[in-house]
Ligand binder design. Structure first.
Ligand SMILES: [Cu+2]
Length: 368
């Protein structure tokens, strides 16, 4: 048993060791990192995802990305309702960044002179205080570069978190996105068998809180700052006026629908930085679903609907077996139909009568 003195000494000793450790690891890390290959990746707007290898071809590397913040008005529904949006790289959600486990993600975040607010980024994929939020806070006219090691495989949200009341406001103004950290040897089923995808789409879901005037019409503001007071009042009611995919109702339907062919396997990454949601493919399934989005856990199979916790991103793999237009919805159907959370997949190919057929077309009731 330790005496009080020994325990105190132990504490002091432990503190010394702890104090020394970061210096040592910083030195090792600096040397190792300097020798790593670098790859510069240009991001693309969702639902598309930049080219990437599903299985890493080399050892760990530093993957460099740049995102420029844009504050700008965006139309979020067919009625022309305006959101005074804040965005990473001009899109809602921000782009999906893909790396492999053990890689270093190095982001340069640019906040242009034209911005009116300070912004930053909190990476749920990162390990370290505030997910890098404190280290990335940039005023208008500044840029910053953060590097973190991707130590956990999975899909993870990132979002703006500039402190206090700014945090939820910036998030519900559009500032979120996702990172996908693939296992170096790619995705696997519960038995370790490789799983591959032919296409990948990134769907970011957002809840918006647009103030209304006395007549119940959505109000328009000159700038995000002008909208702040009224928007916070709506936010505090916790009832969104819009729940949408990729920044606007209808952003992924009709001509803008996501595409696939019968027989193709599609990986759908679905993030929600602020609120729970429940994706469902009408007429399809999740063949393999990482509901919590973390690839060290075996995927669930044959799901009808999966649950995405607010502040997380899920990954679902589905091989389309029939052609047609598939609605992909948040299966709170009020949110899907009334508030906007509906997307489409248009799938080309041969219909399989064995899987489904109309045995008798609608006709007058025969009295059987
Ligand atoms: Cu921000």
């Amino acid at each position: 048993m330790l005496t009080r003195r020994e325990a105190l000494l132990g504490t002091v000793f432990a503190a010394t060791v702890i104090a020394a450790a970061p210096v040592l690891s910083a030195e090792i890390s600096k040397k190792d990192i300097a020798g790593l290959p670098r790859e510069r990746v240009k991001l693309v707007a969702p639902p598309f995802v930049h080219d990437h290898d599903q299985v890493a071809k080399t050892g760990p590397k530093i993957v460099e990305f740049t995102m420029t913040i844009q504050e700008k008005p965006m139309v979020i529904d067919a009625e022309g309702t305006q959101l005074n949006a804040m965005t990473y790289e001009g899109s809602i959600p921000g782009p999906l960044m893909v790396v492999h486990e053990g890689d270093y993600l190095e982001l340069t975040l640019v906040n242009p002179e034209s911005s009116t607010l300070a912004h930053n980024i909190d990476f749920h994929a990162a390990t370290g205080a505030l997910g890098g939020g404190e280290l990335t806070l940039v005023n208008p006219g500044e840029q910053v570069t953060l590097r973190f090691k991707a130590t956990r495989a999975g899909t993870f949200v990132y979002h703006c978190a500039p402190g206090g009341a700014m945090i939820p406001w910036h998030v519900v103004s559009g500032m979120s996105g996702a990172v996908m950290v693939l296992p170096r040897d790619g995705l696997k089923d519960e038995n370790g068998k490789p799983l591959r995808y032919d296409r990948i789409y990134y769907v970011g879901e957002n809840d918006f809180y647009i103030p209304r005037d006395e007549q119940g019409r959505f109000k328009k503001y000159e700038s995000a700052g002008d909208a702040y007071d009224d928007t916070v009042k709506v936010m505090r009611g916790l009832i969104p006026t819009h729940v949408v995919f990729n920044g606007a109702a209808g952003s992924l339907t009709g001509q803008r629908a996501m595409k696939a062919k019968v027989g193709e396997t599609v990986l759908i990454v679905h993030s929600q930085a602020n609120r729970d949601t429940r994706p469902h493919i009408i007429g399809g399934h999740g063949d393999y679903v990482w509901e919590q989005g973390k690839f060290s856990n075996p995927p669930a199979k044959d799901l009808e609907t999966w649950f995405v916790r607010g502040g997380s991103a899920a990954a679902a793999l589905y091989r389309f077996r029939q052609p047609g237009v598939y609605a992909y919805v948040n299966h709170n159907l009020i949110e899907a139909v009334e508030l906007g959370a509906t997307a489409h997949f248009t799938v080309d190919g041969e219909w399989n009568d064995d899987l489904m057929t109309q045995v008798a077309a609608p006709s007058a009731i025969s009295g059987l």
